[in-house]
Write a protein that binds this ligand. Structure first.
Ligand code: NAD
Length: 338
């Protein structure tokens, strides 16, 4: 039995977390759940980071955190709890697989199976912002050699373990010659240690365009934080929906698992959200804690449910889909297929 910490988050968070946990427990996952509360309510109760000290303790003790999306105020207010968690726990690698499920889920790109490995602690997300004058504000882009080495090596090791053939690197080193230049340089150095894996570099703007146009040419892609955040949403969306992709945030000691999307306030509380992204995150978590057979059982039941054409609204398409279902009913179908 593995004790894990969970947070139901905001918006659609509680709905997709309840669905995910129900599936995990029905499949026989050996997990004991410790729930913490995070976000605005906790912030307003006097915790500047939006998380109470005893909740940090729970995450650090259990080392495994399954988290639903959290609202982050835009253009002001408290700092992103997602960013704080990744930095505080040293979760340096954010792994985001995006795969098409053609012909069962309608997609523009039937042949697509790529993994984005996003650096998770540095870049413009270091949160070093200040006001220079009344009319000038500044944000510092921080890239370190150890940070680059850790994430690039992680990408090559991941490719090796998962039997993937190529690692691509995206940067804008023609403009940011020092910061992105260092990332690219470290990529070239480490790539030499893996002669069996192909490597290539793309300038991020055309790389992003190619992901949108010909995703089948990519396998594993490693990139600095901000590019990874943006391009993984694009990649997930073109498989069929941003609601399909999960992610793992890996550190030396702790790991956090989540959906890649946000709180979807436009559909919150309506029982129509797709729980698949968080479920995919939970499947990664089960593999991470050594419960691979349960993970496989859930993955197969999930795939079979999609193959049956039982689809939530975000992926529902006349012709491909058979039955439009809500969050709870989708979870029920997955459970029946276990
Ligand atoms: P979003 O991902 O929440 O939503 C974008 C669009 O995708 C919306 O139309 C939404 O309805 C749809 N969508 C997202 N997930 C879906 C799902 N599971 N099923 C069906 N449709 C889905 O992005 P946003 O609107 O830009 O952000 C809303 C809030 O989420 C913001 O406060 C943002 O800071 C936060 N956010 C949190 C995380 C996180 O906790 N890891 C990540 C991204 C955004």
């Amino acid at each position: 039995m593995k004790k894990i910490t969970i947070a139901k988050g905001n918006g659609i968070g509680p709905e997709i977390m309840d669905a995910t946990i129900e599936i995990l427990l029905s499949a026989g996952a050996k997990i004991e759940i410790e729930e913490i509360e995070v976000g605005e309510k906790v912030y307003l109760a006097g915790n500047p980071a939006g998380i109470a000290p005893e909740s940090w303790k729970s995450i650090i003790t259990n080392k495994i955190f399954l988290k639903a999306p959290i609202t982050t105020p835009q253009g002001g207010g408290y700092k992103s709890l997602n960013v704080s968690t990744r930095k505080f726990l040293g979760l340096y690698a954010n792994v985001r697989p995006c795969k098409s499920l053609d012909p069962f889920v309608d997609t523009k790109h039937p042949v697509m199976d790529l993994v984005i490995i996003r650096e998770n602690e540095e870049d413009l997300y270091a949160g070093i912002e200040h006001q220079q004058t009344d009319e000038v504000v500044q944000c510092l882009k921080l890239i370190s050699r150890p940070g680059c080495e850790k994430i690039v090596r992680y990408a090559f090791e991941y490719a090796k373990q998962q039997n993937r053939k190529k690692v691509s690197c995206f940067t804008k080193d023609n403009i940011m010659k020092q910061t992105d230049g260092l990332f690219h340089k470290v990529f070239d150095e480490i790539a030499k240690e893996y002669p069996e894996i192909q490597n290539e570099h793309w300038i991020v703007d055309i790389g992003a365009a190619k992901v949108a146009e010909s995703p089948e040419i990519f396998d594993v892609i490693v990139m600095p934080n901000l590019y990874g955040d943006i391009i993984s949403d694009i990649a997930a969306e073109i498989t069929g929906s941003v609601g399909l992709a999960g992610s793992s945030n890996i550190g030396e000691e702790c790991a956090m698992f989540e959906a890649i999307h946000g709180t979807a306030p436009d559909i919150a509380g309506k029982d129509i959200a797709n729980p698949s992204g968080l479920l995919q995150g939970a499947i990664m978590m089960l593999n991470h804690i050594g419960q691979s057979s349960v993970a496989e059982k859930i993955q197969n039941a999930w795939l079979y449910t999609l193959e049956q054409g039982i689809h939530t609204a975000d992926i529902y398409k006349e012709g491909t889909s058979k039955l439009k279902v809500g969050t709870r009913e989708f979870a029920k179908s997955v459970i029946e297929n276990l």
